[in-house]
Design a protein around this ligand. Sequence first.
Ligand SMILES: Nc1ncnc2c1ncn2[C@@H]1O[C@H](COP(=O)(O)OP(=O)(O)O)[C@@H](O)[C@H]1O
Ligand SMILES: C[C@@](O)(CCOP(=O)(O)O)CC(=O)O
Ligand SMILES: [Mg+2]
Length: 432
Amino acid sequence: MEVRARAPGKIILSGEHAVVHGSTAVAASIDLYTQVTLRIPSGADSNDGLLKINLKDMGLEFSWPIERIKEALPELGNPLSSQPQSCSQESLRSIAALVEEQNIPEAKIGLAAGISAFLWLYTSIHGYKPATAFVTSNLPLGSGLGSSAAFCVSLSAALIALTNAVSLDLGHQGWLSFADDDIELVNKWAFEGEKIIHGKPSGIDNTVSTFGNMIMFKSGKLTLIKSNMPLRMLITNTKVGRNTKALVAGVNERTLKHPDSMNAVFTAVDSISKELSTIIQSPAPDDLSVTEKEAKLEELMEMNQGLLQCMGVSHASIETVLRTTLKYKLSSKLTGAGGGGCRITGDLQRTGMLKQHAPVVILWLMVYGLTERGQVERAKALDQRVILNQMNSVLSGNVVDKVIAELESCGFQCLIAGIGGKGVEVCFDSSS
Ligand SMILES: Nc1ncnc2c1ncn2[C@@H]1O[C@H](COP(=O)(O)OP(=O)(O)O)[C@@H](O)[C@H]1O
Ligand SMILES: C[C@@](O)(CCOP(=O)(O)O)CC(=O)O
Ligand SMILES: [Mg+2]
């Protein structure tokens, strides 16, 4: 039996961190994916009695004899794929021991959290069957683009697809979406994996990776957003080390210290996210209102960035990007967990879960109408005369090309992402 699953990364347009404390956030899927191929051998082909995970991009493979897993996690003998289970502290300790046995290279120690999530999800859904999971991704890990969620969602989808808990057309050629109830199950399992990687996730990342599109999310509930504006994002990767779990814990600590002030910050973020989603969804009756909407979105983004600074999750490298884009009158904000302020605490330090790893932070800004591709789209959407006026002022400096060149000269990486595409899909057809 073999299946492939792929799930997208995401950007958070507003509300990261505050969403963990109950505020509204807005997020969209991006066109970068993690893909998991799961092979469960049948009959004589026993896979040497091993459970393996092969991280193809990194050239790393980890494996455990099934007997060793049985001994470490004896309570998982009767897996219930239709009932997502949280990993208990006791199981987490046993999993940490299984991961430690693999001697993950020190430079890649951040992978320990992902490998732990794999062991929990696999054994909870399939029990003690030998199998191999192959993983590839074009998302940078630990960057704010939701690689942890894309990993958990694609893994959960592949695992669930090979059970009786869902009904999928095995003869279907090409990529296939789940039915409504089944996709909820994938999302719930993925959330259990995210808990192992993030500690206290809001669930926004796994939800947007599962359902795709653009979503508004608050306290576990999602509302799909239909954007009436073609948005494109310039994403800047500062390549500064950080870890979501540590940053979320840092915001929590600050909230315990200053509950009233921090709650006021979270309330302000809630209003920003709601206003942002209203603007994105409102119909654009004329050309001017599109420009006005863009200006308002930029202002809201700038306000959200200020509040993220209040939460203590900005970083000197992020400030450098903000200053650089501001020179060109473009606002930016960090997306995802942010950067800096990593904190290592005793118990978790042992498992390597809180150490810094794959070093990147992402920022974004709207580039609709400012790149050549954006201008073509704007030309389709707006009156030609207005476009020419706008293009003249914008093109005189070719703003986006200049800002990209300057950001890259600081050592940052830039990419333009398409947003709001499909969520998780599976494929049983090895030819596509
Ligand atoms: N393709 C992958 N293979 C293995 N582990 C992964 C993969 N993608 C993500 N992870 C796990 O998720 C961690 C990064 O998650 P996180 O700190 O939340 O940042 P982000 O979700 O923004 O990329 C990695 O260090 C690793 O443990
Ligand atoms: C900071 C947070 O809001 C988003 C984290 O995103 P990422 O793991 O940095 O991609 C945490 C969460 O919502 O679970
Ligand atoms: Mg994450």
